[in-house]
Ligand binder design. Structure first.
Ligand SMILES: CCCCCCC/C=C/C(=O)SCCNC(=O)CCNC(=O)[C@H](O)C(C)(C)COP(=O)(O)OP(=O)(O)OC[C@H]1O[C@@H](n2cnc3c(N)ncnc32)[C@H](O)[C@@H]1OP(=O)(O)O
Ligand SMILES: NC(=O)C1=CN([C@@H]2O[C@H](COP(=O)(O)OP(=O)(O)OC[C@H]3O[C@@H](n4cnc5c(N)ncnc54)[C@H](OP(=O)(O)O)[C@@H]3O)[C@@H](O)[C@H]2O)C=CC1
Length: 295
């Protein structure tokens, strides 16, 4: 099938995709290589990176390098950006896709679990943005896309990722303004439920499929659908788009389905003022338990 974008759209462009060895990141790297870019994929596990780089380079016409880096480690991030600049002489396009989380009620998230997710999704993304800007984009401009998530109504059972992705959305807006005069555009893409091997593994027991059946689109999104949105935002076609969030979710963020179902309860009694219409204090509705919780 012919691609959506003009062949050679990114010829001569240098791109870095974190988390680019697997899933959505791999699809983004694949579309960039297909459109002529020199792409580096970076993440922690060497094997998926090596395999992705080899396969994408073989497919061409662009090429794909790989390097191991943990975006939580400042030294890794510095080395990653320096390596791209030394090898390819520039960094025009940056995609902050590396990230993750786990499903847990907020009450049960350990301090270290919270820190792991915040340091990856938020601090890691910030460190990569700041380093790319400081070492190259401040002088030469560029385009950045941050991958976030559908956290617009909160993210029950994923409080850590909801908080970090909302923060990245706000960071995106701030950087779009601060870096406009450097010629840097910064946007976000918010995927909904996207079928990737990792999502399938992390939302096991058919949860992903079950959830997909309740989405407005009645299916999960594909990694290629996210990649197409990212390529648009990186392209000159989006030259006047900065600070925006593009939701790639088939309208899921506008629809009520959530991972968490609120159980039946009466634990949020209404406020009735000091006195009701009779002049006497009104009894609270519901069970004694509900009254116990009035404050
Ligand atoms: C079905 C409908 C809704 C779907 C919505 C889809 C939304 C998004 C989907 C995706 O993004 S899927 C693809 C992303 N990939 C992942 O999320 C990868 C899987 N996750 C991880 O690798 C980890 O969760 C991590 C924390 C992000 C990685 O950090 P790290 O490698 O450093 O982890 P550890 O050192 O092993 O642990 C640190 C800390 O975190 C606690 N922890 C880790 N996993 C869990 C878990 N599953 N449950 C509870 N706690 C967990 C771990 O115990 C450590 O804390 P302490 O034990 O030291 O207190
Ligand atoms: N699939 C979905 O439905 C949705 C996904 N997302 C987000 O989109 C992104 C891609 O997800 P998806 O492709 O599905 O899942 P993947 O797990 O395949 O992608 C996450 C990638 O991030 C890399 N990564 C994780 N932690 C680090 C780190 N500390 N340093 C560098 N790289 C890291 C992983 O590689 P490695 O472990 O080797 O480091 C992996 O390649 C993630 O940020 C995800 O949370 C958001 C909304 C929905």
């Amino acid at each position: 099938m012919a691609g959506l974008f003009s062949p050679g759209l990114f010829a001569g462009k240098v791109a870095l995709v974190t988390g680019g060895g697997t899933g959505i990141g791999r699809a983004i790297a694949g579309q960039l290589v297909e459109l002529g870019a020199a792409v580096t994929v970076a993440a922690r596990r060497p094997e998926p990176l090596r395999q992705t780089a080899a396969e994408l380079t073989a497919a061409g016409p662009g090429r794909c390098h790989h390097l191991q880096a943990d975006i939580r480690r400042e030294q890794d991030v510095l080395r990653m950006v320096e390596t791209v600049l030394e090898r390819d002489g520039a960094l025009h396009l940056l995609v902050n896709n590396g990230g993750g989380q786990f499903v847990s009620p907020a009450a049960d998230i350990s301090r270290n679990g919270w820190r792991a997710v915040i340091e990856t999704n938020l601090t890691g993304t910030f460190t990569v943005c700041q380093t790319a800007h400081r070492l190259h984009m401040r002088q030469h401009g560029g385009a950045v896309v941050n991958i976030i998530a559908d956290m617009f109504r909160g993210f029950p059972l994923m409080a850590h990722t909801g908080a970090s992705r909302a923060a990245v959305e706000n960071l995106t807006r701030t950087l779009a303004v601060e870096w406009a005069h450097d010629g840097v555009r910064v946007n976000a893409v918010a995927p909904g439920v996207i079928y990737s091997a990792s999502a399938a593994a992390n939302y096991a027991d058919g949860l992903l499929e079950q959830c997909a059946g309740e989405l407005p689109a009645r299916r999960c999104g594909t990694t290629h659908e996210v990649a197409a949105a990212v390529c648009f935002l990186l392209s000159p076609g989006a030259s006047y788009v900065s600070g925006a969030t593009l939701r790639v979710d088939g309208a899921a963020s506008l629809y009520a389905r959530q991972l968490h179902r609120v159980p039946a309860h009466d634990r949020l009694p209404p406020y009735r003022g000091r006195a009701g219409p009779t002049g006497r204090a009104e009894p609270a509705a519901g069970s004694g338990r509900s009254r116990d919780r009035e404050w």
